[in-house]
Design a binder for this molecule. Structure first.
Ligand SMILES: Cc1cc2nc3c(=O)[nH]c(=O)nc-3n(C[C@H](O)[C@H](O)[C@H](O)COP(=O)(O)OP(=O)(O)OC[C@H]3O[C@@H](n4cnc5c(N)ncnc54)[C@H](O)[C@@H]3O)c2cc1C
Length: 435
């Protein structure tokens, strides 16, 4: 028997992460709470490692905007009458009419401000500066009866746990040993840049063909005239993301249902058909901007952005002056060498077969033939040898629910509703089982 720790507090529903997915879930809890006139216990706590709920703060760059419709906010697709909609935010900020005249999507600054506005209203549901470092099983006679959730300076136990901690930055193997102040993932971009305190390296390699890579390049080159960037691509260069209406129908809830019903081989095929709607593509305006930059530089006889396309990294070495990078043309085999001072990895995000946070629960996790978590249609992780516990993934189910269900706003609102409903339907007796 491995009981809950004596020094830990019991929370009915514990959520890890208070980004969009965690916020959307807290909205559901709060709406239910309000509907009962506040006469029930809140019973929900989110643990968030950051100090605020700012949305991808390290990539809050000027001239960036959201790539989804503002109706796909934290609540509207689930409950258009919610007090936490983007429209309510605009109304309270007195910008409802002005926003209508913008004629373009909301900026990422405004969307992040909206997240912060909701988070402020829900501050009773969150504990910031609380990075969860481990989840231990609480056992009774070999059965999993609860989760002990730990981090520096806090310890909670619960029977209902929701992982809303987002996808993880994808770091190609060859770059791992060099990670640090001068080699980093785009998700650290603004913090790393700030640390240079104005003395920004001049020669950069930026890896990747997606939105973050393009934005980092544009931002770097906009910083100073003497910054040079090599933009490394396995493919032909930046492609425009698939924006057509028809492929984007994949983001409709009914297409999530369709996807869930497919066999694994069909899911892979379907995913490949539609992935250009969300991955490895940039906006039309960004493509225009980067192309124009190269073109106009050529007119005046300079080169700040070098496109290294159809290229694969052959070797990366730390040298006295920076990093020596050798790439190979994937068609001709020709080698090219670059020397750079810093490297930004715009290599996107990934979802592992089993989220790292679940490592200590390994013995209780059901796995599919390929070693992935088994997640049911209500986002509940299937557990073995367990009694009265519920574990959900909120934003980590791309494999089972498809492209729109993770790493996008499309499903954030209604997924929160489904998880809440599933929790109620499978309600377990709320007991504090610490001894
Ligand atoms: C730059 C950028 C722009 C994007 N633009 C769009 C867009 O325009 N439209 C769209 O639909 N999608 C966009 N996306 C996709 C994006 O993933 C989703 O919009 C959304 O952020 C997903 O929300 P989430 O809560 O699942 O994950 P995240 O936003 O990653 O939030 C996870 C939260 O969990 C916290 N956390 C992580 N680990 C722990 C831990 N161990 N303990 C405690 N807290 C933890 C994090 O600090 C974070 O606050 C964009 C992504 C990026 C990177």
């Amino acid at each position: 028997m491995k009981p809950a720790s004596k020094s830990s507090s019991y929370i009915d529903t514990l959520c890890i992460g208070f980004g969009p997915a965690g916020l959307a879930l807290a909205c559901v809890f709060d709406e239910k709470f309000a509907a009962k006139g506040g006469r029930v216990k809140r019973g929900f706590l989110a643990l968030e490692k950051a100090l605020t709920s700012a949305w991808h703060p390290n990539l809050l760059l000027t001239n960036t905007d959201i790539n989804h419709h503002v109706y796909r906010d934290l609540v509207t697709p689930r409950n258009p009458q919610s007090p936490y909609s983007f429209a309510m935010y605009l109304k309270e900020k007195n910008r409802l009419y002005k926003f209508g005249l913008l004629g373009r999507p909301a900026s990422r600054f405004e969307w992040s401000d909206y997240m912060g506005w909701v988070a402020k209203k829900l501050e009773g549901y969150v504990q910031y500066a609380s990075a969860v470092t481990g989840i231990e099983p609480i056992e009774e006679e070999g059965e999993l009866v609860g989760f002990q959730v730990e981090g520096e300076g806090f310890s909670y136990h619960t029977r209902k746990l929701v992982l809303s901690n987002g996808s993880s930055p994808k770091i190609p193997e060859a770059y791992r040993e060099h990670l640090g102040s001068h080699v980093f993932h785009a998700s650290e971009y603004l913090d790393r840049l700030k640390a240079f305190a104005g003395d920004i390296p001049k020669r950069w390699l930026v890896l990747g063909s997606g939105q973050s890579a393009g934005e980092v390049i544009a931002d770097l080159i906009g910083k100073k005239d003497d910054i040079h960037v090599v933009s490394l691509h396995r493919s032909i260069g930046f492609k425009v993301a698939q924006l057509g209406q028809f492929p984007n129908l994949v983001f409709l809830p009914e297409n999530i249902e369709y996807f869930k019903g497919l066999e694994p081989e069909g899911r892979d095929r379907f995913f490949n058909h539609v992935k250009s709607t969300n991955y490895s593509g940039i906006d039309v305006d960004e493509s225009q901007h980067l192309y124009s930059l190269i073109y106009e530089d050529e007119v005046i006889g300079r080169e700040r952005l070098k496109m290294a396309v159809n290229s694969q990294l052959l070797s990366l070495e730390k040298v006295q002056q920076g990093y020596q990078v050798i790439v190979r043309d994937t068609f001709t085999g020709a080698l090219t060498e670059y020397e750079v001072d810093a490297i930004a990895l715009g290599t996107g995000y990934e979802q592992s077969a089993v989220p790292a946070l679940l490592g200590q629960l390994e013995a209780f996790l059901e796995k599919d033939a390929e070693g992935h978590l088994v997640v049911d249609s209500q986002y509940q992780v299937q557990l073995r040898n367990s009694d009265g516990v519920q574990l959900y993934v909120n934003g980590l189910s791309e494999r089972t629910h498809g492209i729109s269900d993770a790493q996008s706003f499309s499903a954030v609102a209604f997924r929160a509703g489904i998880i809440h409903e599933s929790m109620q339907a499978n309600a377990v007796i709320p007991v504090d089982f610490s001894i």
